[in-house]
Design a binder for this molecule. Structure first.
Ligand code: UD1
Length: 419
């Protein structure tokens, strides 16, 4: 089991190039299963979750190879419609493949993804929508099979009870090759959904309204390959900005998606950091001590404050002057990182959905265990700004979402090594 050893207390300075988005790359890789042709994806991040997606594609008969940040996926000839239990367990996002496999093959078998570190992750909305599109669904001892009796799904009007990112993506993936028109009401508006739709349109799909809560997909007979560049990762960007805010110093984030990061940046600015964003670059400088955020920080579906950035911002606010309050509205178990932060000297009180952070003057290093992807990253944010040495174990969680994490931090002048 590898660890990150971080010696805190150094200000960060320098420029970094933002990696491609994990949450875009995964659904786009699933979408490439729909195209009868070769897709080339640029800016594909080197992450364990991306390799898991490549393994799923290859297990289904697609040819997927990754060289550097380029993924080549050829799904001209595909053979499988079942995702093995082992691959399902490797990555919860493998549920993303359900809509694509069903759309291409008319049938799909997979095991129920269990709960994960964020608590139970039900897929009821995904299944209800696919059933509206004509899928017959059977569940035998946790092995779920969805089958389109006519081989092809049919368009449907679907209203989601909550704007689920994964359900919206799965519906679109199933709808692009379905017969007729599919309408999604109360669709999720996350930028990564738009990125997947841009990719699908390049392949010949007809989709309108992505980025809004009313999406219309008109099914087509087939899709072809294309070349596509994956959007930058707004959550990795938020993490490095939060880290510089926590440690002090100045940084430039290059290849940044400014508009998509706005819900995060507008909150971070309230800490007193100087932030200037233009031409795909974000400059951040922290002078004195951070200020606490006065208004409750409520995680909401996009364009609200992103749940994925809650933990990393919290890590920066631990040493801010005053009290900040978070309200986590998306996931039930998203405060699991707080015990580790408390061990490092933070004053955090969790009460149901709320977490109250009373700013302390300084943090100290400690031995902590990453609990989940963003929670683990939050521990690193706190550690870079803390006095002394922090050892973070279970870093496989962090490797799921951050490309060359230690190299990026080192290039900013942080002291971190993998052991
Ligand atoms: C995606 C992101 C994840 C992010 C989340 C919210 C990827 C790979 N992951 O996850 O990083 O934190 O969006 O922005 O893109 N729910 C149900 N039933 C369903 C589906 C969802 O009850 O059928 C609930 C979930 O338990 C959760 C909430 O809806 O409480 C939001 O989930 P959802 O938007 O679906 O998140 P994911 O797509 O899993």
């Amino acid at each position: 089991m590898q660890k990150f050893i971080i010696t805190g207390g150094n200000r960060l300075n320098g420029e970094i190039e933002l990696q491609g988005s994990k949450n875009s790359a995964l659904p786009i890789m699933a979408a490439a299963f729909l195209a009868k042709g070769k897709c080339t994806l640029e800016s594909c991040p080197n992450l364990t979750d991306v390799y898991s997606a490549a393994r799923i594609l290859n297990s289904l008969g697609s040819k997927c190879s990754i060289t550097g940040n380029r993924a080549e996926i050829d799904s001209t000839v595909v053979s499988g419609s079942k995702i093995s239990e082992t691959l399902m367990r490797e990555m919860r996002s493998s549920i993303m493949f359900m809509g694509a496999i069903l759309g291409r093959m008319g049938e799909c078998t997979f095991s129920v993804p269990g709960g994960c570190e964020l608590g139970p992750r039900p897929i009821d909305m995904h299944l209800a929508a696919l059933s509206k599109m004509g899928a017959e669904i059977t569940d035998i001892n946790g092995e779920i099979t969805c089958r389109m009796p006519k081989g092809r799904g049919r368009g449907a009007k679907i209203s989601l009870s909550f704007p689920s990112v994964g359900a919206t993506e799965n519906i679109i993936l199933c709808a692009v090759l379905a017969e007729g028109e599919t309408v999604i009401n109360n669709a999720a508006r996350e930028p990564e959904i738009c990125d997947m739709c841009h990719f699908l349109r390049r392949c010949g799909a007809r989709i309108k309204g992505d980025g809004e809560s009313h999406i219309v997909v008109e099914g087509v007979e087939s899709l072809h390959g294309c070349e596509y560049r994956i959007m930058p990762d707004r959550i990795a960007g938020a993490t490095y900005l939060a880290m510089t805010a926590a440690a002090g110093g100045a940084m430039i984030l290059k290849n940044a998606c400014i508009a998509e990061m706005e819900p995060f940046i507008s909150v971070l600015e309230q800490t007193g950091c100087f932030i200037c964003a233009a031409d795909n670059r974000i400059y951040l400088r922290r002078g004195g001590r951070l200020k606490a955020i006065r208004d409750r920080i409520r995680t909401m579906p996009h364009p609200g404050f992103p749940t994925d950035a809650q933990a990393v911002l919290m890590a920066a606010l631990i040493t801010a002057d005053g009290t900040s309050v978070f309200e986590e509205n998306i996931f039930d178990c998203r405060y699991r990182h707080t015990d580790a932060l408390i061990k490092m000297g933070a004053d955090i009180q969790v009460m149901g959905k709320a977490a109250v952070i009373r700013g302390v003057k300084r943090l100290h290093g400690a031995d902590v265990e990453a609990t989940d992807l963003r929670g683990g990253a939050a521990m690193a944010v706190a550690a870079v700004g803390a006095e002394g040495i922090t050892r973070i174990s279970c870093i496989s969680h962090i490797d799921r979402g951050y490309e060359n994490f230690e190299d990026v931090i080192t290039s900013l002048g942080g002291k971190i090594r993998r052991e």
